[in-house]
Design a protein around this ligand. Structure first.
Ligand SMILES: [Zn+2]
Length: 97
């Protein structure tokens, strides 16, 4: 009986840590994807760093737009493709004007 109790006790304490980690991971992934960056990048940051990871993802510069977008323009400084409404280049961090 003690073994079973320990087994469930261990599972519960795992869940207490795992559930918020997974929630942060999913939020981080979505935030990262909405910035045009890799979903996995935000997922990993959110999972391992929790709220701090989410803040890091939030502060990351925007990523490269997806190729299917087709409405991008070229950065005059570094030549990388950026979204049409981009003000600051995701690659070199300089303004478009
Ligand atoms: Zn640039």
């Amino acid at each position: 009986m003690d073994d079973i109790y320990n087994y469930f006790g261990l599972c519960l304490s795992c869940l207490i840590y795992l559930v918020p980690m997974l929630i942060c991971a999913f939020i981080g992934g979505k935030m990262s994807a909405s910035k045009g960056r890799s979903y996995t990048e935000g997922f990993i940051l959110g999972f391992f760093l929790g709220i701090i990871g989410l803040i890091l993802v939030w502060q990351l510069p925007r990523g490269e737009p997806s190729p299917k977008d087709g409405t991008g323009k070229k950065c005059p400084h570094c030549g990388k493709t950026v979204k049409q409404d981009t003000v600051i280049c995701w690659s070199c961090g300089r303004t478009m004007q």
